[in-house]
Ligand binder design. Structure first.
Ligand code: GUN
Length: 281
């Protein structure tokens, strides 16, 4: 079997054109949607992610404000900036790029974002709403993965979904969204014994560990949907995911590439969440 590719760029293009239409409607009423993005420090990876988010806003007509701070910014200074943006009527979404420098308590900063502007869906109120089945904002990466499954009309209900990785940003909210869509969900983590035993039973396999090649071809069930959230560099410096792509694509029914898979979808769902925040406002 050679897997069909779920093209995140193509699906993003389609979804972003709807976002642009919704943005235009709001703008015509004098309510242009606005997103503030805060970056602290100069991690090269974070700078690339943030640049892509700002560029995507421009492309669909969302007003964006980019605030870049030195790594020495204090926690109190950052909290003051978040507070000011909470009260800024032109800003409907606030994103603080993670990770933050170690002297800043990320939890405290996320809690300071007004829940109705928390377009990442990381605030504890939003995590709780997601957990109880009434999400205000779905975290962007898992939301994008659900859209990818929807795009291939995959019958999630009753399927066995295995999520490898249990972070607050991806793994945990991903498991919740799959569970709410009717899947039977297994969550694995870095300590899981005999990972392949679990992944080989997955109809839907979502891999978000940050470890290159953690899933090899022999760990995939024939015909499964393999969704690779990883973003790593191989020995030649080329972007790659967490999944050993070639051998897994031989076994899977569907697979997402890196780059061009989940990455663009994460940004697309950030745009969707920002539009929803602005429409609610
Ligand atoms: N760092 C890695 N992924 C994300 C994300 O989705 N949102 C934020 N704020 N930071 C991140």
């Amino acid at each position: 079997m050679t897997a069909k590719i779920i093209d995140g760029n193509l699906l993003s293009k389609e979804l972003r054109s709807h976002v642009a239409e919704r943005a235009a409607v709001l703008t015509s009423k004098g309510q242009q949607p606005g997103l503030a993005v805060i970056l602290v420090g100069d991690s090269p990876a974070s700078q690339v992610y943030v640049r892509n988010k700002i560029k995507a806003c421009e492309d669909v007509g969302i007003h964006s404000v980019f605030e870049k701070y030195d790594a020495k910014l204090t926690e109190a200074e950052l909290l003051a900036r978040v507070e000011a943006l909470n009260h800024d009527p032109r800003i409907h979404g606030i994103l603080v790029q993670l990770p933050l420098p170690p002297h800043i308590d990320s939890f405290k900063v996320i809690e300071a974002i007004a829940a109705e502007k928390d377009v990442d869906g990381f605030h504890v109120n939003n995590a709780g709403l997601l957990m109880t089945g009434q999400p205000l904002f779905r975290p962007c990466t898992p939301y994008g993965v659900m859209k990818m499954l929807e795009s291939i009309n995959y019958p999630v209900r009753g399927a066995h979904a295995v999520v490898v990785g249990a972070s607050n940003i991806v793994g945990k909210p991903q498991a919740m969204l799959l569970l709410q869509a009717g899947a039977t969900v297994t969550i694995c983590n870095s300590k899981t014994r005999d990972l392949g035993h679990h992944t080989r039973d997955a109809d839907i396999l979502v891999v978000a560990t940050g470890k290159r090649n953690i899933v090899t071809g022999d760990m995939v069930k024939p015909g499964a949907v393999v969704i690779d959230v990883g973003m790593n560099r191989d020995d030649a410096g080329k972007l790659c995911g967490d999944v050993d792509y070639g051998p897994c694509a031989e076994v899977a029914g569907w697979i997402t590439p890196v780059p061009g898979g989940v990455g663009p979808m994460t940004i697309t769902m950030l745009l969707v969440n920002t539009i929803e925040a602005a429409e609610r406002h």
